[in-house]
Design a protein around this ligand. Sequence first.
Ligand code: SMG
Ligand code: MG
Length: 368
Amino acid sequence: MKIDCVELRVLKMRLLKPFRTSFGVQQDRYPLLVRLEIDGRSYWGECVAGEGPWYSYETVETAWQILKGYLLPAVIGRELADVDALETLFAPVRGHHMAKACLEMAFTAALAERARKPLATFLGGVRDRVETGVSIGIQATTDELLETIGARLAEGYRRIKVKIEPGWDVTAIGAIRDRYPEITLMADANCAYELDDAAHLAQLDRFRLLMLEQPLAAGDLVDHAALQQQLRTPICLDESIESARDARHALQLGACQVINIKPGRVGGFAESRRIHDIAANGGIPVWCGGMLETGIGRACNVALATLPNFRLPGDISASDRYWAEDIVDPPFVLQKGGTMAVPTRWGLGVRVRVELVDRLTVRREMVR
Ligand code: SMG
Ligand code: MG
């Protein structure tokens, strides 16, 4: 299969509500999309990089530059037998997994469509619906937090994740447990703590959290291993796992008991699959994270979450948790029991609403 040319686009999309984490507030998102042209047909992919280098060193701007300057010239016009061929051509570029991932995922969706299979089936998925949860940002007050959680539970979400940071942790989680003693609850710190905070974080143990996500710095597997020794709550790694090698090291060190896989963070589906398998062999579950994606990235996440070792609910919420209007048709909706149906159409499984994408586009360029 040959990629004839690729269009890069940046959209401007406003979240229905601002989303606050330990590293900042997001309200406007600028999704970077790629549109691969192959034999006159379009295949879309989404890059999960943010506007600034907070969650990761990658940004919309760096991804655009790496795609245009290095990744696209390496693959456009080349005969590509499979994803291996693509990965081989990307290998000389160090890092930049978010830039690589959007191409890899769009290309994989094209291969799935050519094979006349839904993406999930093409990837080896084993289920027709995936378990989902919702991620709730840091709120101004405890009352607002409890109210927001109540609203999400009423919508049907069955697993609640809350963002924490120093000053918004033990008391906030305790208030949630007082009000909702039985809900499936977890917390995500996005790297906001240090190993010296171990005794403080151990106070979370009494709240029976499903897991504590990424308490310490992204690069720090060694301190995560030391922290896990001092916590009963399972540690889950997100930012720390950028590759299968990271996953292998994390397991060897005992740095976590759960892994959050985001295909957009690790370079795409193939690397996600390798991390999935390493975790499965090590006896630890994985789940699919989210990066406030549009329906394009969400379709990829849903497909990936059908693999067997995705044994915990993902941050894969419905389109209306994020956007007034999603750019795919049909949008993703929450089903009974807090699940999401896996699209059954060939390829990506959802249609991209090109007229809406056009209206939201703030930057575009064709690379040949
Ligand atoms: O997509 O529902 C979503 C957001 C899930 O909390 C979420 N993502 O660290 O896991 C995480 C954060 C990172 C996204 S902040 C842009
Ligand atoms: Mg996280």
